[in-house]
Unconditional design. Structure first.
Length: 559
């Protein structure tokens, strides 16, 4: 079906909304295209064919359907600029044959789709992939054995290792993946039922995340849908063969095509994006990375214009052969309270700023005396410390006022005095705790927040770690990477708790299996400041922005 006037209006409107160049091409849409897989399953796709000489072919594979908004974000936008686009529903979704088991079939099905592409008379032999989140994972699946036709990839908030996403802290990412499983179980329902589901989804999920045992509570929520869910919880260990088909780490060793990575400082897959960049960079692959002030749910809204503009630029240079100026530097990051900067690499070199946790809730550059008394708190899994902001998948993610956490009795809060000068932090902060607990099985949640002149606290960076059979000893918690300017006059706050629920499954304190455990035991945590050891925050900090050659001024006095 040829491009219609309403669609052309939409294409122009989207261009204005995203602040990108206007469409340049008409296109024809072929729906319901069948693509055979090696096991006989037929996957369905929509083919957008530009009128006139094409610039290349873009393949997009995902589980969320081929109608709005995917049709606009991933297909029309690029077809209207001269690209063939094949928008495919992965196995078991939206008319595609076979059963949907998340991530398991993506490598084989991507390879079979490229085999089919080679036989199409309109395929010019030059291919690129784009897409966000699960659509990013399907790209890594293809890159685990990259075809010779592949010329470029743009991967937005795309994980390559699902075990790291779900169990990387040692605690299961409960809210993210139970909520996602619930959404997947309902996404193909008729619109009235879909709208009814959307109005009650958050409340239903909240009830399910508080239920025990987790297996029963999750299945009560999901009904007969998403049958794979329990298997994720049953396999907590990263070396379990169960995860092999859901881990595309081999792509980081085999990929040799130009890759643009786009993510946000508050995205749940941030650490994987940074790992992808580092591994590809170290191998000499043409890789670039853009990191903005976004959460996962922002990538098609607040970040939409940046994503579209940078994707078009990358495809123009590496697929269409346009004579566009290369990126001045491979890394582009948004610095909180400053704006966008370009860097030759990530992370840039910095100095080291150290602040010690003190009795009475203070944070200071001087170490406390040897006789300083420890700080304690009691974590009760029956009343778990709540998740406030940060990097969850849900809409309540991102930068939030987290003052409520500092006021809880199950949270330790340590706050510095007002900073005398601006402080820039680039990289992963580290918190070292002289910590002990009165039971073997506990979790530790650590957060850095910024406190403004009005006393309002907002999250900056989080870290989480499950401790097993380690009642006493030093605990090193690496926090999320940041590019953040703490303005003069603001204060730095460190929060310590025994959980962050429902982002992470609460530690019941018993060591029972996560899927079936139901008995709860409270824990008393002790953080030492003196004879029992020193607890401190280590910041990769500098007094100013990195210089053009990548250098940085060391941090000044943090007292």
């Amino acid at each position: 079906m040829r491009s219609t006037l309403p669609r052309q209006f939409v294409d122009r409107a989207v261009s204005r909304l995203l602040r990108i160049s206007p469409p340049t091409s008409d296109y024809v849409v072929h729906r319901g295209v069948g693509i055979p897989m090696r096991d006989g399953a037929v996957l369905r796709a929509t083919h957008y064919a530009p009128v006139g000489a094409p610039l290349g072919t873009i393949m997009v594979r995902g589980p969320y359907g081929r109608s709005f908004p995917s049709s606009v974000i991933y297909a029309q936008l690029y077809a209207a600029r001269g690209y063939h686009v094949l928008l495919q529903s992965v196995r078991g979704t939206f008319g595609s044959g076979g059963d949907f088991v998340p991530m398991v079939h993506e490598a084989d099905d991507a390879a079979d789709t490229v085999t089919w592409l080679r036989e199409q008379p309109w395929f010019s032999g030059h291919l690129a992939t784009i897409g966000a989140s699960y659509l990013g994972f399907t790209q890594w699946a293809l890159l685990s054995d990259p075809p010779p036709e592949l010329a470029a990839a743009v991967i937005t908030v795309g994980p390559h290792d699902f075990h790291a996403s779900s169990w990387g802290t040692g605690s299961f990412s409960l809210n993210d993946f139970l909520g996602w499983s619930d959404s997947m179980a309902h996404q193909e329902e008729a619109m009235p039922r879909r709208l009814a589901f959307a109005t009650r989804a958050a409340r239903r999920l909240e009830r399910a995340t508080h239920g025990l045992p987790l297996g029963n509570a999750g299945r009560d929520l999901l009904g007969a849908g998403s049958p794979w869910y329990e298997s994720w919880i049953e396999h907590p260990h990263g070396d379990d063969p169960f995860w092999e088909t859901m881990r595309m780490t081999s792509a980081l060793d085999r990929c040799d095509v130009p890759v643009l990575l786009i993510s946000g400082w508050q995205d749940l897959f941030l650490e994987q994006t940074l790992m992808q960049y580092g591994r590809l960079r170290d191998r000499g692959v043409d890789v670039a990375m853009t990191l903005g002030p976004w959460a996962h749910s922002d990538m098609t809204t607040k970040a939409g214009g940046t994503v579209a503009s940078e994707t078009l630029s990358w495809l123009g240079a590496h697929l269409a052969g346009a004579r566009t100026a290369p990126r001045r530097n491979p890394v582009r990051v948004y610095v909180a309270h400053h704006g966008w900067i370009d860097l030759p690499d990530w992370p840039p070199p910095t100095g080291e700023g150290v602040l010690y946790l003190q009795p009475g809730g203070r944070l200071a550059a001087a170490a406390p005396p040897d006789d300083a008394m420890p700080s304690t708190f009691r974590y009760d899994p029956a009343d778990p410390t709540p998740t406030v902001g940060g990097r969850p998948l849900t809409q309540n993610s991102g930068y939030q006022d987290d003052s409520v956490l500092a006021r809880r009795t199950d949270v330790l809060s340590f706050t510095s005095g007002p900073l005398d000068a601006d402080l820039y932090v680039f990289g992963n902060p580290l918190v070292e705790l002289a910590h002990e607990a009165d039971i073997d099985h506990v979790d530790v949640f650590v957060r850095i927040s910024e406190v403004d002149a009005r006393g309002r606290s907002r999250n900056v960076s989080d870290g989480y770690q499950r401790l097993t059979e380690a009642r006493t000893g030093p605990v090193r918690v690496e926090l999320d990477a940041v590019a953040h300017r703490f303005p003069a006059g603001t204060q730095i706050r460190v929060l310590i708790a025994g959980g962050s629920h429902p982002r992470y499954a609460r530690n019941l304190g018993t060591g029972e299996p996560v899927l079936t455990g139901r008995r709860m035991v409270p824990a008393v945590h002790t953080v030492h400041h003196g004879a029992g050891g020193l607890s401190k925050l280590i910041l990769p900090a500098s007094a100013g922005l990195p210089s053009a050659d990548g250098g940085a001024d060391p941090a000044g006095d943090l007292a």
